[in-house]
Design a protein around this ligand. Structure first.
Ligand code: SF4
Length: 496
């Protein structure tokens, strides 16, 4: 373990980063899938060596707060044996491999990506030279699932698709959300990823740091262009890369020289919550909401037991900071739902705490103007006591304008600011809504103090619930009004 003064900014399990409440560590869970033995071991580990609280991150890692600095080597070795810590310490901080949490069980699944996730993880763990990669370098696999991860930004994403006319399933290669036009067979994926990673690593070694950090893949693409990068990659491969839809490819490149385009949304946010039938006939999975990804060790322990007794003996962490229990016989689904409720959890997609996103805020980030996580949780708890909403509303708290935590379409965004009020500096938020083409939507209210925030949001949601058209989403409702009329409508007046 490093000393406090040597702590990095991107944490791994062996080397935490400094947060306001102590050392924060991150357990990399490839594809987000944990077996029950791993869950019990994690629960015991955090009870013994930390505050006992866990948080699922937006890469389906598990974050541990207040981890003790003195942990016996035998404990690390036990975690390594269980596959919860990298076999080689130096590659542990590499970003988690992302995959759909419904890989292999999704009704729309074209290809089960779990073996690819395991193979790529094994590659990372057996190539210590990859510890030199930027800690932000990220890879994802999308098997064509309904619960899609395509809205999450990965440097490299492989997306399964069915190719006509012979219905062959192949992967298309995406850089930063843009389809390159390159298609890859399943058996070629690891080799291509290895070559892509190696060429990128060579580039970063020969380039100066940018604001003290290693260049990202987007910097390579802006510097070399996609064609030159692929040329270098191809030289490392025993086969030629196949390109399809060259016109589309060229259009993408000219529109997105830095690779900044984003794929269209293919699944609804929170679409993984609740009960869903699986591709395996007679079985279902349940998506369980974890407000801001937070989970107590005892909940983890009991959910694992539930998965062992009535499900497929795994928990699947999601990049939406929730988790799934899969492979539940349909006859047991309501029993599982009841036991989830007994643990103080729920699976409703319309509960306000299911749709909440917050960045680290002032407890973990020096740029934050506000304590986003505490404010977000306090607000939804307050609102939940007063009434329930019948539609899923996505609310996003950001501690500053960088908006690190936003990876999905959002209905309402609150951006933290410091407000001067009666000679004092207090925490507050600017509140935005609708217009998904704007970074946060249109600004509805400026400088709302934390004390007033809950009633401002309550008003917005009540007005929407009362005046919306049938089937109109919150965003559509906001967008049909001119901004001055919308502000007036949502302001604190009585609507008769
Ligand atoms: S959005 Fe701002 S405050 Fe929040 S984690 Fe990112 S940089 Fe920090």
């Amino acid at each position: 373990m490093l000393s406090l003064s040597e702590l990095p900014t991107c944490p791994g399990l062996f080397s935490g980063s400094r947060a306001r409440d102590g050392v924060l560590s991150r357990m990399r869970i490839p594809g987000g899938i944990l077996n029950v033995q791993q869950c019990w071991s994690i629960a015991n580990f955090v009870d013994r060596y930390s505050s006992g609280c866990l948080q699922v991150t937006n890469r389906a890692n598990l974050q541990i707060r207040e981890l003790h600095s003195q942990i016996p080597p035998s404990i690390w070795q036990d975690l390594q044996k269980l596959g919860l810590a990298s076999r080689r310490v130096e590659v542990d901080p590499i970003r988690n491999i992302m995959a759909s949490p419904t890989a292999g069980i999704d009704r729309q699944n074209l290809l089960d990506t779990r073996p690819l996730v395991a193979a790529w993880d094994n590659y990372l763990q057996t190539h210590p030279e990859l510890s030199e990669l930027s800690a932000k370098f990220s890879i994802g696999f999308d098997g064509g699932e309904l619960v899609s991860i395509r809205n999450f930004r990965n440097d490299i994403l492989l997306v399964a698709k069915r190719r006509q006319p012979n219905s062959e399933i192949i992967f298309s290669l995406h850089f930063n959300g843009v389809d390159t036009g390159i298609i890859i067979e399943e058996s070629q994926c690891i080799l291509v990823l290895a070559s892509l990673t190696s060429a990128y690593l060579e580039y970063t070694k020969n380039q100066p740091r940018i604001n003290g950090k290693k260049p990202r893949l987007r910097h390579l693409l802006a510097d070399w262009g996609t064609a030159k990068y692929l040329e270098k990659v191809e030289k490392k491969l025993p086969f030629a890369l196949r390109q399809e839809a060259i016109e589309l490819f060229l259009k993408d490149i000219s529109n997105n020289s830095c690779g900044t385009g984003i794929l269209p949304v293919t699944s609804a946010p929170n679409g993984n919550l609740g009960i869903h039938s699986q591709r395996q006939s007679g079985f279902s999975y349940i998506g369980i909401a974890l407000p801001l990804g937070k989970l107590e060790s005892n909940q983890l322990r009991n959910l694992a037991s539930l998965a062992q007794n009535l499900g497929g003996s795994t928990l699947r962490l999601t990049p939406w900071q929730n988790l799934l229990i899969s492979d539940i016989p349909n006859s047991q689904v309501f029993e599982v739902k009841q036991q989830i409720a007994d643990l103080g959890l729920h699976s409703s997609a319309t509960h306000l705490d299911s749709c909440l996103v917050a960045c680290a805020g002032s407890s973990g980030c020096a740029s934050a103007a506000t304590d986003t996580q505490s404010h977000a949780l306090a607000m939804v708890r307050d609102l939940a006591q007063k009434w329930t909403i019948d539609r899923s509303i996505n609310i996003h708290f950001s501690g500053c304008e960088k908006s690190c935590a936003q990876h999905q379409p959002i209905d309402i965004t609150l951006v933290g600011i410091q407000i001067q009020q009666k000679g004092e500096t207090i925490a507050g938020y600017n509140i935005y809504a609708g217009r998904k083409d704007l970074p946060f939507g249109r600004q509805i209210f400026r400088a709302v103090s934390v004390a007033e925030m809950s009633s401002a949001i309550e008003r917005m949601l009540r007005v929407y619930q009362r005046f919306r058209e049938p089937r109109e989403s919150f965003g559509q409702f906001c967008d049909r009004w001119a901004i001055d009329k919308l502000q007036k409508l949502l302001s604190p007046v009585t609507h008769n």
